[in-house]
Design a protein around this ligand. Structure first.
Ligand code: NAP
Length: 273
């Protein structure tokens, strides 16, 4: 793992970026790209024509003209669960030029494998994971991590120009293999989402006597449930390291419970003598 500047010696290019999947996260990224002067266009399962009109982003209901719209970059912002279906439904042979495909999915080995499988060999592939979202990034992206792997990059200038979008917002650029990302994310992001979901199942709510630690738990619950269940289940289903972490969580819960029960029975036997 390294934390590096991704800049090439050439000045960053203004890019034409086609966004596939214009849900919460696709819209969130598009706003910063537009602010920086890049040209964006979008396609999605849902009809976002009206919203796109307000943002001045051309919206394509039909994927063929979208693919033929002279994109420098195609940015995949669909859910983890729908990635294969979405890519397999796109007539990718209609692409008129060499394009950089970038994904922002919260797991990394899965999109890397799918992109390498479905894309023509002459397309470049950059896998990224912005480790923030509309809530944590609402006041800017400074010091927030952008994890990436240049999986198949021949046009370095175009790739650097794309990464510069995040660098120029002050993101911490972390170059890491997709495998390493998934290992670390299973033990950090997936774990925090799981605990947040468990707290939501328990229905915890803020009280008039919150400790700081309990406030942290309430925030964790809220942040986990702000993301879609599709996102959470994608973190589990498409990260091969997540199942082990779920088992670790279960075993650790059981160990803590057993320690408490043992201590209780020791105390009870003491008080009965
Ligand atoms: P999400 O629930 O993970 O994904 C929603 C997007 O997926 C929408 O664009 C939706 O299209 C599309 N989609 C879902 N099912 C589909 C299907 N069957 N066919 C076609 N499209 C489908 O929520 P999200 O927060 O917007 O996340 C998008 C991606 O960004 C995910 O891969 C996520 O892991 C990644 N990401 C999210 C965050 C975050 O904080 N939210 C942070 C980093 C990375 P329609 O809107 O057209 O229905």
């Amino acid at each position: 793992m390294s934390s590096l500047s991704s800049s090439s010696s050439l000045p960053p290019q203004t890019l034409k970026i086609g966004i596939v999947g214009f849900g919460t996260f696709g819209q969130f990224l598009a706003k910063t790209m537009i602010k920086q002067g890049h040209t964006t266009r979008a396609t999605s399962r849902t009809d976002y024509s009206q919203l796109c009109h307000q943002l001045d982003v051309p919206f394509f209901r039909d994927v063929i003209p979208f693919l033929e719209a002279d994109n420098d970059v195609i940015l995949i912002c669909t859910s983890i669960l729908s990635l294969s279906e979405v890519l397999n439904s796109m007539p990718l042979r209609r692409l008129k030029r060499h394009t950089l495909f970038v994904d922002v999915l919260s797991v990394k080995e899965h999109p890397r494998n799918v992109l390498l499988q479905v894309l023509p060999e002459n397309m470049d592939v950059l896998c990224t994971h912005p480790m923030f979202g509309p809530e944590s990034g609402k006041n800017g992206w400074k010091d927030l991590p952008l994890v990436y792997e240049k999986v198949r990059v021949r046009d370095e200038t175009r790739c650097s120009s794309f990464l510069h979008i995040f660098e120029s917002e002050g993101c911490r650029m972390v170059e890491m293999s997709c495998e390493e990302h998934d290992k670390v994310a299973a033990r950090s992001q997936f774990l925090s989402h799981s605990i947040g979901r468990i707290l939501a199942e328990m229905g915890i709510e803020s009280t008039s006597m919150n400790t700081k630690s309990f406030e942290t738990l309430v925030k964790l619950k809220e942040s986990a449930t702000n993301d879609s269940f599709d996102l959470f289940s994608g973190l589990f289903i498409h990260n091969r390291f997540a199942q082990q972490e779920l088992m670790n969580l279960e075993q650790s819960f059981e160990k803590v419970k057993q320690r408490l029960l043992k201590k209780m029975s020791e105390q009870q036997s003491l008080s009965s003598v």
